[in-house]
Write a protein that binds this ligand. Sequence first.
Ligand code: NDP
Ligand code: 2IT
Length: 446
Amino acid sequence: MENERLKEIYESVKKRNPLESEFLQAVSEVFTSLIVVAEKYPMYARAAIFERLVEPDRMIMFRVPWMDDMGNIRVNRGYRVQFNNAIGPYKGGLRFHPMVNLSVMKALGFEQTFKNSLSGLPIGGAKGGSDFDPKGKSEGEVMRFCQSFMTELFKYVGPDEDVPAGDQGVGAREIGYLFGQYKRLTGQFHGVLTGKGIPYSGSLARTEATGYGLIYFVREMLKSIDETLYGKTAVISGSGNVAIYAAVKATALGACVVAMSDSGGYIYDEQGIDTDTIRLIKEKQRGRISEYIKYRPKAKYFEGSAGIWGLKCDLAMPCATQNELNAESAAKLIENGCRLIAEGSNMSCTQDAIALIKKAGLLYSPGKASNAGGVSVSALEMTQNSMRYSWSFEEVDAKLEEIMKGIYKKATAAAKEFGRATDLEFGANVAAFIKVADAMMAQGCV
Ligand code: NDP
Ligand code: 2IT
């Protein structure tokens, strides 16, 4: 019966949110795991937890006018979807990318609610951003855009209310400009954003956290089959914050990362990618990955980013964007003997890709589990800001490692409870849901 109930709720989500394909994909992925939970624990359906969970607490959309270097006024759209604060203040990144729209924001806000639950830390779920494209913009243009964005957003955020951070297109530079404007508007030095620079109350190891956390998680996955990263060939898509530090940590643990990409194409370096060169090109020069072959002439560059999944590898870690790995790519990875796919990006794999990967018996982890290291260290940044204190890199890194191990354990335990021991996707959804649902039940009809 509850099974039917979930189907009905999903149908109504479709009707209420037509054309929001990413949001519907996120809801469908989670609901598929929750059917058995709804059957075993009918109290959640009775309390309308499922209906409440698919409706964001609020969605804020606003105009972001800014002036370009030629004196023209330009207009973008800003978003903040405050999805759920049952277990803590809203928390989640801001994305600046031309493909940002309400559906993407809602999908990511929904996912973030579950991810943050898994982290074990007191943070609710949110996402925000803009269809502004920072690529090709001058420093001045990026700063003016960030100032205008925060001039509206500051009304809705606060250290105990909603604490944004970075995501695609939003790194330390953008967080700095956003923070400066918040401080100017409010007169408060608040921990209102995470991913802040180290001189002004940022946390050590936040920059590295998502990528390092992903590799700590992969290490746990490999442990389950008595293996390690040492000697494994890895392919990592993207070459931004998450991809870079995943590559750095994987290399440090003895894996050979042979390929990375950006939206234009991918590089293949049989000797193992030199992550210092990637950092120079991407972090310092804000350049394109094609430039890598200037520094490493034996490496090759190929146009088109999806081709990266045609390479032979043991481990594949998509770290670029949503739906970057489809069924066709999954089939190639399987055919070439890949044994593990762990998502660094949010919703990296399409649903039919996930089905293929699971059917072929690969180890698979959804982003909400394996990329939770970033938001977890963000929560540790909030803690340090509240204490007016800062931990050393080693202290934060050690906590991150424990958190990732904890997420792996929680997902595995929940999967076992329902007799699906190796299904991390199922276990992550179930463990994450139960905590949020119990918190909502305890707080009454809100
Ligand atoms: P960045 O903006 O730093 O990097 C994104 C990278 O992905 C860039 O190299 C970009 O290339 C590339 N990219 C974008 N679209 C494509 C595509 N279609 N094919 C191939 N490459 C592409 O973002 P992050 O590293 O911060 O984020 C990456 C993913 O990880 C996102 O899904 C994000 O939501 C998720 N994530 C991020 C966290 C964080 O702490 N930053 C935490 C948890 C998840 P180009 O420069 O050409 O656009
Ligand atoms: O998707 C994510 O978890 C992030 N972009 C990080 C969010 C955060 O608040 O650190």
